[in-house]
Design a protein around this ligand. Structure first.
Ligand code: MN
Length: 714
């Protein structure tokens, strides 16, 4: 068991005495609160925080991190509160322990592999300080080292979680050694047979491998001496999991894995050029394998790893993998982010480290000058995961959203029906308003109600494109539905007023011409355009009004074409245009002498209305033309007149004979008597307005006639 003196011995090499005291105090505190607790191994619980602190001190991390390692399970597993930690050890430590407590409450193992990336991001996002993750990773390493005390199914669960979440997380942070340790530990439990086979072979071949390693190393060292370049040469077997992966990916067995050993040249020089110089002499020594050279110096990996990689054909015709890098690059490659959190005093690579951070910053395109390490971390996180929040579904799945996302965004991410019928939300079991901005780690539950609808206001609260488009879709669909109903209503009414039935007319040829005229594709389209108010119902009905009002629609154009000879006799002239087809509107029945206007109907010539006809006001003004009467010979034009008189015997005969005295034909007559008042409707064919006025005044002279008027349909 690791003792506190071991930790303090290591810490005193780089930490001041005052901080050593705090570490010792934390040790005593942890020992006190964990008193009586035991691990599954039967050892006192304290061994665990001690081992974790041991890993952290080996990484030369600052005192707050080591203290947090000693205390990391106290709030979660003992009666200690975060307030007590703060009182005893200060804000910094309390903050780290608080973050560790939060993280320890999340379990990841049961998740689908595809979600692992989300979890990694979420852990990062939830760790306000990267030191929380460093302690968490150290914690995981010790737990993996003592995994054999768990029951078998727990072992698999934890190992899988380690492989899918924690090892990639270590890689993300650039802490290569942690990644390798975690992968190998997980590999051991996930593929026990392959692991033991591989380790047996590696042990068995150790002697010959060592001999081979020494031989190659010596060749390289001699080469460096020739160039007078100082540096170290390492030859190490790769970690088990990477060998295993290589065998699997390339479908080869152990004996074929020549590049079991990776050689590493760590140069004292800071000069990047030296790396390339060494590379070229290595390539002169052994033939490079084409396509295997990778320049991670010019193009660093996402975690800012830098190195030159090449594979050459070695002394025995075997493949030989060589990495070339500077000391600073090596430090970063091994320790990654953790290098930044090393205790600052007495740091040997200060200059190099600053260069690395600068490079990292450039890589991440963080613009600001970085003064504060915390600012550095938050910038790093922002650059790695721009503006995202991670929340849980009630099933424990993780979903990522842009910052500012609300429960409505969440609801739509589940299903559009859930979104549409969303009436409320619970976050961490409390009701929140729908405009609540989701926070990292929130557990979100949506309350729905069948038949509930989205509201236009929601568009103000959502940020995901999915939610925005779904809400807009719904609103448009609803608008279309209601405008369809309204349009049909308007058209029904309008047609009814003209004694027509819209539903009968929709099958007419004429309707297709209307489609073309208004640029619509279907009847629904036309009807909804009327509902939107883009086309007036009168515009539609006018297409059917020119001909007679019989119930069946008449294909107007065809009828007109059949008797073009009727046109010149109508007595209308239009300036500049000859041979124009003319119709008289049934609504106002114009007669010569009336002030008139023409309306151009596409393909149907001109429809003549009186200027004061109410219909003409609804027509497209651009298609109204000035026309004049040009009566060369007499024609009869139908006019509707209405006469109201006392109901006395012989009145109808008197009116009829008065009309006839003008040599005018009566085409229709109808009398209605109510309460001794007679209302007579006549259709008469007159030559012009003058004749009509004569007739009207003559009738007015008749005894008992109260009023007389010309009727226009409105
Ligand atoms: Mn722990």
């Amino acid at each position: 068991m690791l003792r506190i003196t071991d930790i303090l011995d290591k810490a005193q090499s780089y930490l001041p005495a005052k901080e050593l005291e705090m570490i010792e105090k934390a040790y005593i505190y942890s020992a006190t609160v964990h008193q009586g607790q035991v691990r599954l191994s039967g050892e006192p619980y304290l061994t665990h925080p001690m081992e974790v602190a041991g890993i952290l001190v080996d990484m030369k991390l600052d005192a707050a991190t080591i203290i947090s390692g000693l205390l990391h399970d106290t709030v979660e597993d003992t009666l200690t509160t975060q307030e007590q930690v703060e009182k005893e050890f200060g804000k910094d430590v309390a903050f780290l322990v608080g973050g560790l407590t939060k993280l320890s409450r999340i379990s990841f193992g049961s998740q689908e592999e595809r979600l692992a990336e989300n979890f990694r991001k979420m852990i990062l996002a939830m760790s306000a300080d990267i030191r929380i993750l460093l302690v968490r990773l150290a914690d995981r390493i010790h737990n993996m080292r003592t995994l054999q005390y768990h029951p078998p199914d727990r072992r698999i669960y934890i190992a899988k979680e380690t492989m899918e979440i924690y090892a990639p997380l270590a890689n993300r942070l650039g802490i290569n050694w942690m990644k390798m340790v975690l992968e190998d530990l997980a590999f051991k439990y996930l593929y026990p047979e392959e692991y033991s086979d591989l380790s047996r072979r590696i042990v068995k071949t150790k002697q010959s491998r060592d001999r081979y390693t020494d031989e190659v190393k010596n060749v390289i060292i001699r080469e460096l001496e020739k160039l007078s370049i100082k540096g170290e040469v390492e030859g190490r077997a790769k970690h088990f999991y990477s060998i295993f992966k290589k065998m699997q990916e390339q479908h080869i067995n152990f004996d074929e894995v020549y590049d079991l050993i990776a050689f590493r040249l760590i140069l004292d020089s800071d000069n990047v050029k030296t790396c390339y110089e060494v590379l070229s002499s290595v390539h002169a020594l052994w033939k490079p394998v084409p396509g295997r050279f990778k320049d991670y110096i010019a193009m660093p990996k996402a975690n800012n790893y830098q190195s030159l990689h090449t594979t050459v054909i070695g002394p025995y015709g075997e493949r030989l993998e060589i990495q070339i890098r500077t000391k600073a690059m090596h430090e970063w490659a091994e320790k990654g982010i953790a290098a930044h959190w090393k205790y600052k005093e007495g740091r040997t690579f200060e200059h190099d480290e600053d260069t690395q951070i600068k490079k990292l910053r450039e890589t991440l395109e963080v613009q600001q000058e970085i003064k504060d390490p915390r600012e550095f971390m938050s910038n790093l996180k922002l650059a790695l995961f721009p503006e995202e929040v991670y929340v849980f579904t009630p099933n424990g799945d993780v979903r990522a959203f842009p910052k500012g996302a609300t429960p409505i965004d969440f609801a739509y991410s589940i299903h559009s029906d859930v979104g549409n019928q969303c009436i409320g939300a619970k976050v961490n079991r409390n009701i929140v308003p729908l405009k609540y901005a989701l926070q990292n780690g929130d557990r979100v539950e949506i309350i729905t109600q069948i038949g509930h609808h989205p509201s236009k206001d929601w568009l103000k609260y959502v940020v995901t494109t999915r939610a925005i488009s779904k809400i807009k879709n719904w609103i448009n669909l609803e608008k279309k539905k209601s405008s369809l109903a309204l349009g049909r209503d308007l058209l029904d009414k309008e047609f009814k007023r003209h004694g027509l039935k819209f539903t009968n007319l929709v099958k007419a040829e004429e309707i297709k011409k209307i489609f073309v005229e208004y640029g619509v594709n279907s009847l629904d389209d036309l009807v909804s355009q009327v509902g939107y108010g883009r086309i007036s119902p009168k515009q539609v009905v006018n297409h059917f009004l020119v001909e007679d009002t019989s119930k069946t629609p008449v294909p107007v154009l065809e009828k007109v074409k059949k008797k073009p000879e009727a046109v010149p006799s109508l007595g209308i002239s239009l300036t500049g245009i000859d041979d124009v087809m003319v119709k008289f509107a049934k609504c106002c029945n114009p007669i010569p002498g009336d002030d008139i206007a023409g309306y151009i109907s596409r393909g149907r010539g001109i429809t003549v209305h009186t200027r004061n006809c109410p219909h003409i006001k609804n027509l497209d003004i651009d298609r109204i033309v000035d026309i004049d009467w040009n009566v060369r010979e007499k024609h009869a034009y139908p006019v509707h007149i209405k006469i109201v008189s006392d109901d006395r015997k012989g009145i109808l005969t008197e009116i009829s004979s008065t009309i006839s005295s003008f040599d005018v034909n009566i085409s229709y007559a109808q009398v209605e008597t109510i309460d001794m008042i007679a209302t007579c409707n006549f259709m008469i064919d007159v030559n012009d307005l003058k004749q009509l006025n004569q007739i009207l005044s003559a009738i007015k002279q008749l005894k008992s006639v109260k009023s007389i008027e010309r009727i226009r349909k409105s």
